[in-house]
Design a protein around this ligand. Sequence first.
Ligand code: THU
Length: 164
Amino acid sequence: MSAMNEKELTIRYQEYNSVQELDSDHQQLLKIASNACLNAYAPYSGFKVGAVVKCDDGRTFTGNNQENAAYPSGMCAERVAIFSAMADNMDTRIRQIAIAIKTINGNSMVPVAPCGACRQVIAEYEHKQGSPIELMFTSESGRTIILNGINSLLPFVFNSDYLP
Ligand code: THU
């Protein structure tokens, strides 16, 4: 008889087929994220990402991807927005992050989730502030996904609890 236990994780999220199904606060955040795509510097991938962080005090900070001829030197939209908020005030608490994209064809159907490195950064600030950060990401068609926190996107997270 084996002592192994097979376990299963379930993630919960909300999916909307169009931004019109969202309340006006969420629609407004997506609009800000979408506008932030316009200043993305993405000459190498042609894939423009915009992000907005909404803080507890209601302030918003935008970011967009900043690419570089030395590819790894670039930065994702989410981290530009998050670091900008935290750089402004180290006690900032982040309530929400919204992410939008603009592709060359302009007709993407798939909501683009944050990359692994950005998930790790979101997890850091969730852990620091002790409250979840709502994540919302959308496609150009308006299909949108909302998650109530980073846990579901980064199970078995590494954080400072592991450090001596
Ligand atoms: N990118 C982001 O800005 N955020 C993500 O979560 C995924 C990827 C950017 C990085 C790069 O400039 C381009 O998208 C293509 O990978």
